[in-house]
Design a protein around this ligand. Structure first.
Ligand code: CP3
Length: 320
């Protein structure tokens, strides 16, 4: 999950001098931002690469920027077969994202074997929403209409994304990632009966092309009713959002699959007392069950309070 960002003064300081994309594309800066949360909170036991899921559309030839009013704007929308055909070939993607490999190599050296290093990428579906909508979206009409009315074009786009992601993840593994998290952040907007065709089948295809024993974490937001199907996609860990009851999820999911999550990130905007109480309650709800990785149920918000984060980490690391 995102753990770097604007809630940290040291992040704001770096960002006052470089843009987000400059930081992402400069291995020295990207490694520095990755390490900021770990320096401030030594109890955190994994570093997550500082980058963005949208570097894939960019490497395929569709650049993006952040709107001043918040959210993301792609330079254009994908609407035609010709545009899909004109995207850059997936096998060229790793070369164009060489800065990510360099950042991971640096981080691997800095972290030694002490803390896990997580690489990541978006799911084909989630990336396609940005590419077809032309950026952040409220109703996701264009991507859904494409799925319903021109399945051949939809599949052609998702095939390209799938191939690019396989090549990209292989590069991340070679550069030293210990695990890879796939973010299906918009899986929850798909009609329930279409989750397989629109998203899960592409994720399963990616995982099947990676080394068999390599740990993959699948995070999907708003897909609580697909938890059982997700257990068959090849992921070693399912990362769940805060809307799912962790205890109920643990009872459903086979013990061979770990669960990651799922404290509501909004709690980081309350008080240390509330954070201690709610994180303890979450841990108690699955006392005695193995295979749990504590995490927030989504990324940290810019309004999160440092003292709440500190209390969260103290509570989780001291809990017995
Ligand atoms: O801790 C880390 O550094 C993790 C790195 C990370 C980022 N983005 C950095 C980032 C990860 C894992 C992501 C994933 C990501 N990026 C997702 C999937 C996870 C999720 O949150 O659902 C998505 C959908 C994106 C695309 C994206 N990037 C969005 C929607 C935004 C917010 C845009 C806005 O209006 O603020 C970003 C920006 C972003 N990516 C930030 C960070 C630290 C915040 C940048 C800033 O505030 O300066």
């Amino acid at each position: 999950m995102r753990q770097a960002g604007r809630y940290l003064p040291e992040y704001r300081e770096l960002k006052s001098r470089s843009s987000f994309l400059e930081m992402v594309k400069t291995p020295e800066l990207a490694a520095e931002v990755t390490l900021q949360p770990l320096r401030r909170f030594p109890g955190i036991d994994a570093a997550i690469l500082f980058s963005d899921i949208l570097v894939i559309p960019e490497a395929l030839g569709q650049p993006y920027h952040f709107r001043d009013t918040g959210g993301i704007a792609m330079q254009y929308r994908i609407e035609t077969r010709q545009q899909v055909d004109q995207l850059i070939a997936p096998e060229e993607v790793p070369g164009r994202l060489n800065y990510v490999a360099e950042t991971l190599t640096r981080l691997r050296k800095e972290l030694g074997g002490q803390r896990a290093l997580l690489g990541f990428g978006g799911s084909p579906w989630t990336l396609a929403t940005y590419m077809v909508e032309g950026g952040s979206s409220e109703e996701f009409e264009r991507i859904k209409l494409l799925f319903y009315t021109d399945r051949a074009l939809f599949d052609a786009l998702l095939e390209k994304l799938t191939a690019a992601l396989i090549a990209y993840f292989k590069m991340q593994i070679a550069a030293g990632a210990d695990a890879i998290q796939i973010f299906d952040s918009w899986g929850g907007i798909i009609a329930g009966c279409d989750y397989e065709a629109a998203s899960l089948r592409w994720i399963r295809e990616i995982i099947s092309q990676l080394p068999a024993d390599f740990p993959i974490i699948l995070y999907a937001k708003g897909t609580g009713s697909h938890l059982i199907d997700q257990t068959f996609c090849g992921a070693r860990v399912l990362s769940i959002d805060w809307s799912v009851d962790l205890r109920a999820a643990r009872a459903l999911v086979p013990k061979t699959i770990a669960l990651q999550g799922n404290l509501d990130p909004l709690l980081m905007q309350t008080t240390p007392t509330i954070v201690a109480q709610e994180s303890t309650r979450l841990l108690e709800s699955i006392r005695g069950q193995s295979g749990h990785i504590f995490n927030l149920g989504h990324g940290i918000t810019p309004q999160a309070k440092i003292e709440c984060m500190q209390t969260l980490i103290d509570t989780v690391t001291r809990w017995r």
